[in-house]
Ligand binder design. Structure first.
Ligand code: E4P
Length: 217
């Protein structure tokens, strides 16, 4: 299972990278704005800065919502750095653009997926990644993890190579449940990733080992 961090915060990306378990980064316009990164030039430079920290794929989202605009923007994003993945919204023109980029061998991430039908379209368009937003579904009393299971079942039926990128992960149990279902990738905040470290028996066991060592030295 690949671990992506869902942030535009460089310090958090560095911290996850230093743990040695980071496979990539996802961003979106809201995450950029949260870090105070505004204006096309600054945003593009920020993507390059992120690529220079991590070894894996970095999703960069287009703002255009028409096919021609997405192609123009996506090509500029892809030219920024070999690690860039063009992130496209799950709308008709986004699917057309996804097919265009996949035919050209440019990696894509179809975002804002909320149904299995949308996931099927993204796979047929050759998406590299397809991002169902599980937390946002849970927020409206809909089963986000159930969607991941349905998509996994459909993709396995036909051997689609599109990777299921469980997005809008909010906490550690989301990660574990996605791992049980077999999502290829998860993207979530640093807090959810670091949450996997925690167990009280690890802490008390280590404290005991250190105390016993001190007794004999
Ligand atoms: C995915 O690529 C999105 O950036 C993200 O996971 C959205 O998560 P949110 O629902 O916490 O905003």
């Amino acid at each position: 299972m690949k671990f992506f961090i869902d942030t535009a915060n460089l310090e958090q990306i560095k911290e996850a990278q230093a743990l040695g378990i980071l496979d990539g980064v996802t961003t979106n316009p809201s995450l950029m704005a949260k870090e105070g990164i505004t204006g096309a030039k600054n945003i593009l430079q920020h993507y390059v800065d992120i690529c220079n920290i991590v070894d894996g794929d970095v999703s960069a989202e287009v703002i255009a919502i028409d096919f021609e605009g997405m192609v123009k923007e996506g090509e500029a994003l892809a030219a920024l750095h070999p690690q860039i993945v063009v992130k496209l919204p799950m709308i008709a023109d986004g699917i057309k653009a996804c097919k265009y980029f996949s035919d050209k061998g440019i990696k894509t991430n179809v975002t804002l997926v909320f149904s299995a039908g949308q996931a099927l379209l993204a796979a047929k368009a050759g998406a590299t990644y397809m991002s169902p937003f599980i937390g946002r579904l849970d927020d409206i009393s809909t089963d986000g993890l159930g969607l991941i299971s349905d998509i996994k079942h459909i993709y396995d039926n036909y051997g689609f190579e599109t990777q299921i990128l469980a997005a809008s992960v909010r906490h550690t149990m989301h990660i574990m449940d996605c791992a049980k279902i077999g999502a290829d990738v998860m993207t979530g905040p640093l807090s959810a990733i670091k949450g996997l470290l925690k167990h009280p028996l690890t802490d008390s066991g280590l404290a005991q080992f250190l105390a016993d060592y001190k007794k004999g030295n």
